[in-house]
Design a protein around this ligand. Structure first.
Ligand code: ADP
Ligand code: MG
Length: 748
């Protein structure tokens, strides 16, 4: 029995349908050797194909035993059958079993590679075989474009390319004319020199001259088995050294490479799903943060700008220039306002822009003191007082002019003034609004900034205002006067007069509360008073601060802090960077807070509802996209089933097939994410609001999450695609258990 490569003992094969069980083979006893060229004939339905498939390890048998090289096969599991087919069987079917999308050459080379041959060796062997079947000239043509005779020759070339000891051809000449049929039979006869060749045909005459044996089947049984001539004496068969390498990537390339339109469609689909996943999940993630549903309440910090971060030292240690530089160097910080505190205590109004004044005469007023009334109307959104900031290295602040060098010089933001302009400014202390601590100053614009809004005052002024605030109404406040001699104090008027002036104001005019936010009219009254010399004079309201003392600039420096503040304000490029900047400032050893966050405490139900809706839409869309991706990919990949079947016949293992699907999914996913990501980016750059927001606010680590979710959906789809493919291409998988059970029953 050892010289018999295949021996069949009482092989039975049933087809179990929904209604009935059909007998495919009804007890077949046969044995075959290498060197034989066996022709199997019989009427249609007699079981020829069934026998061919059982011999080829493609269909399982239910009864009896098939011995391969003397060993039984009934205990084979799906993996054993896979190996059996891979190493021993070349199968040629009526419908060619070639890859229509691949070239003639690639068809043969792929078969050689799958049989374990090295790449270079495969190229050489392919040429030899293609010359043999007269297809070398057409090697670059796509297989789909061949005539049916050429296709069948190619399928034989593929079968011959595989160094398997058994070649089974199931009606290979079915669609061919006599001439082409003769060529095929001739090739098969040559192949039988060192193999077992089994030819199933319904045209026995065409094989009669070359076959060594003729078997006739009827109703699944052998009717006659006739030797025609002696079989060839086969030499030792060359068993190829299987290289231990993965062909899955090669198969993935073969599957996609031969289908350019399909590949483009799938790639576009992946790009689409990547885009959708990125967009919907991204928007979902940024909406998880409900900060934007809160309304700002200015009770803690009047300046609750979303892009402001307050930084302070521990224990009120003043900041140094190095501290400023370190803070300015934090990524996304665009400016450091060293007198940041001024924004929380003061506003700066510009006459004609933020406030208007008008005069009312009271000629017949019985109150002798009140002769003239000035009405000041302040605009709703007055700017916060700000001073010239420290910028990160490499950034410029000025578009024109220079920085302020004295107390009365100012830099205007773009469009807010030109160099040389005179501006009348009212500085207003909100903390002491009821006590009239405001200050009117005539400022000169010396520079124009390239950023921001309003006016940037000198740091000296900022320092002065903070000092004014801290000292309240108890101590003297020093105001530098450029034209004063060092050592002299006080300007026009007297401290006494100033005091009276302020007191009367405090009684008469509760100046607007900025928290109300409405345009407010403020009445200022010009007072007549008597000075120390008894002369009557009209107090003109340059200043209305009670403890104000004019000093020379040098004295100002000596009398006020020359140490900087312990608190600064950072301006950040976007609210999105809040967390990053807070972290960075804290790492530098400071206390940092976002006044917007601390002050945004009242949730707006409308905004909250809108956010909920956005979340719901995003999650629904996301689920829909993922489900669609899984379903559509199953359909899209079903076009590969046929090629997988063909490849499996020439030795593609289910493991490699699975891996090749995974590879394809991975590569398409990656490509899709690149294209989809680029599309998201472009939408963001072109002003699609939600996406623009998302790109800015999405923490960078979450990009990985977006890619991960898209990949997970692809992998889920891959699992389904693989299951579907395996069911159709590897029908033997998982059947073994049933076979064993039946055997067990019989034994009982
Ligand atoms: P042949 O190739 O000689 O024409 P087959 O081997 O294809 O014959 O078929 C043998 C018998 O098995 C026929 O009765 C056929 O109807 C039946 N048969 C073949 N394939 C199937 C199948 N997949 N399901 C059910 N019955 C089948
Ligand atoms: Mg058939």
């Amino acid at each position: 029995m050892e010289d018999k490569i295949l021996v069949l003992k009482d092989i039975k094969k049933y087809y179990t349908g929904a209604q009935a069980v059909v007998m495919g083979l009804a007890g077949v006893d046969l044995s075959f050797s290498r060197g034989e060229f066996v022709a199997i004939t019989g009427e249609s339905g007699s079981g020829k194909s069934t026998l061919a498939h059982v011999l080829g390890g493609i269909l399982p048998y239910e009864n009896g035993e098939m011995y391969f090289r003397g060993s039984p096969t009934s205990h084979f599991d799906s993996l054993d059958w896979e190996r059996y087919r891979r190493d021993n069987i070349s199968f040629i079917s009526q419908n060619y079993g070639i890859l229509p999308g691949a070239t003639v050459q690639k068809n043969v080379v792929s078969a050689l590679l799958l049989s374990g041959m090295g790449k270079r060796e495969a190229q050489g062997a392919a040429e030899k075989i293609l010359r043999q079947v007269e297809l070398w000239e057409l090697r670059r043509r796509r297989a789909a474009k061949l005539s049916s005779g050429q296709k069948q020759r190619l399928s034989i070339a593929r079968a011959l390319a595989k160094p398997a000891p058994i070649l089974i051809a199931d009606e290979p000449t079915g669609n061919l004319d006599a001439e082409n049929s003769a060529k095929i039979i001739d090739l098969l006869a040559q192949a039988a020199k060192d193999r077992l060749v089994i030819l199933v045909t319904h045209e026995f005459p065409e094989a009669e001259d070359l076959a060594t044996r003729h078997i006739v089947l009827r109703d699944g049984q052998v009717v006659t088995d006739t030797p025609l001539r002696p079989a060839n004496e086969p030499g030792a068969i060359r068993t190829p050294q299987r290289k231990k390498r993965s062909l899955s990537l090669y198969v993935a390339g073969l599957q996609t490479g031969s289908r350019p339109i399909w590949a483009t469609t799938v790639a576009a689909f992946f790009a689409l799903t990547a885009f959708a996943v990125f967009a919907f999940l991204g928007v979902f993630i940024i909406n998880l943060d409900d900060t934007s549903t809160y309304r700002y309440d200015s009770s803690a910090f009047p300046n609750g700008s979303m892009t402001r971060i307050i930084v302070s030292t521990f224990d009120a240690v003043p900041m140094t220039e190095e501290d400023y530089a370190a803070l300015a160097a934090i990524p996304h910080v665009t400016a450091v306002e060293t007198n940041g505190y001024v924004a929380d205590v003061n506003y700066a109004y510009r006459k004609g822009v933020d406030y208007e004044t008008s005069f009312v005469q009271y000629a017949d007023n019985p109150d002798v003191d009140m002769a003239v009334r000035e009405v000041m109307t302040i605009s709703k959104d007055a700017p916060f007082l700000q001073t010239v900031p420290v910028l990160p290295a490499g950034r410029t602040f000025l578009a024109e002019g220079r920085l302020p060098e004295s107390f009365y010089e100012v830099v205007a933001a773009p469009g807010q003034g030109r160099v040389g302009d005179s501006i009348h400014v009212c500085l207003y202390n909100r903390a002491y609004s009821g006590l009239g601590s405001y200050l009117w100053l005539d400022m000169t614009v010396v520079g124009v900034a390239n950023r921001g809004q309003g006016l940037y005052f000198s740091r000296d002024l900022g320092r002065f205002v903070i000092q004014m605030h801290h000292s309240g109404l108890k101590d003297a406040i020093f105001l530098p006067q450029d034209d004063m001699e060092p050592g002299t104090f006080l300007g026009s008027g007297t401290m006494a007069r100033e005091l009276r002036f302020a007191e009367s104001l405090s009684r008469s005019f509760p100046i607007l509360d900025p928290k109300e936010g409405e345009p407010t009219s403020v009445m200022l009254t010009t007072w007549r008073s008597t000075n120390a010399a008894g002369e009557e004079e009209v107090a003109h309201h340059d200043l209305s601060f009670s403890r104000l003392v004019m000093v020379a600039p040098a004295d100002f420096d000596a009398l006020t802090w020359d140490t900087p503040s312990e608190q600064v304000s950072l301006t950040i490029g976007d609210y999105a960077y809040t967390d990053q900047v807070l972290d960075a400032a804290q790492k530098l050893g400071f206390i940092a807070a976002s006044p917007y966050r601390l002050g945004a405490t009242k949730q707006d139900p409308e905004l909250a509802a809108e956010r909920m809706q956005t979340l719901q839409i995003c999650i629904t869309a996301l689920i829909a996209v993922v489900a669609l991706q899984i379903l559509l990919l199953r359909a899209l990949f079903s076009v590969q089933t046929e090629s997988f079947r063909i490849l499996s016949n020439i030795g593609l293992t289910s493991r490699t097939a699975r891996a090749s699907v995974l590879w394809q999914m991975l590569l398409f996913t990656l490509l899709g994410q690149l294209v989809g990501g680029a599309a998201v980016w472009m939408c963001g750059c072109n002003g699609v609001k939600r996406i623009e927001e998302m790109l800015r606010y999405l923490p960078p680590a979450n990009i990985l999450l977006l890619c991960g979710v898209h990949l997970a959906a692809s992998l889920l789809a891959a699992v389904l695609v693989i299951r579907g493919m395996e069911k159709q291409v590897y029908p033997l998988a998982g059947k073994n258990r049933d076979l064993n059970m039946e055997e067990g029953e019989e034994a009982l």
